[in-house]
Design a protein around this ligand. Structure first.
Ligand SMILES: [Zn+2]
Length: 211
């Protein structure tokens, strides 16, 4: 269990990391974490520039969006964050990015062939069709997809990941982008993909729950 101060610090650290990696746009994407109160989560504010976020900018909200701490307006995607925690109750952090390659991967209906071990672990990732950002329909669809995998691709939008820790959630978001990028490079090179053999895919897939 985190303290509220730890929740805020982790959100700021991960937001800075993801922003510096180009996985968040200046105002697109949002990060949340559970703090001391089980009925609340800490989340990044709506529309605020993500390049210099401070702990004081964050807001603590209830599931209906009511702000219990902080002065900013919470992210419009707060319902998607709450639905994601409900879908994966073991999660303590949720990361929503607008990562460019993973987003293009979703728009073009790609799936992960076994091009490397990360791709095997990400093969259960579901693609969610477009729903209006901030809507309860999007929140429900993402939650359903997260029951199958700890990451989901949101068509024409971005991606959502959850984790037992903030680092787990962020790592999955980074893995999705990096693996989508490798697949993109493969398709740009052209030619036949050299895939990991099926028997190894099955053996490695069984390890994915440990990641
Ligand atoms: Zn978004």
């Amino acid at each position: 269990m985190r303290t509220d101060a730890e929740a805020r610090d982790e959100i700021v650290q991960i937001t800075n990391e993801l922003f510096s990696m180009g996985l968040l746009t200046p105002t697109g994407g949002n990060i949340s974490a559970r703090g001391a109160d089980a009925d609340c989560v800490w989340i990044t504010p709506s529309r605020l520039y993500k390049g210099g976020l401070a702990a004081e900018d964050l807001v603590c909200i209830r599931s209906d969006g009511t702000v219990v701490a902080g002065t900013n307006t919470p992210s419009v995607e707060y319902q998607m964050h709450w639905a994601s925690y409900a879908a994966r109750p073991e999660s303590t952090a949720a990361v929503h990015t607008h990562a460019p390659v993973a987003t293009a991967f979703g728009i073009t209906n790609q799936t992960f062939p076994p091009i490397n071990t990360d791709a095997i672990f990400l093969a259960d990732t579901k693609t969610v069709p477009w729903f209006m950002p901030g809507s309860s329909e999007l929140a429900e669809a993402v939650a359903e997809a997260l029951k199958a995998s700890r990451g989901a691709i949101l068509q024409c939008h971005g991606l959502m990941t959850v984790g037992k820790t903030m680092r787990d959630a962020a790592t999955r978001a980074m893995m999705l982008e990096e693996t989508a990028k490798i697949l993109l490079y493969c398709k740009q090179f052209g030619g036949e993909l050299a895939l990991i053999p099926n028997d190894w895919v099955e053996r490695l897939a069984q390890l994915s729950s440990f990641l």
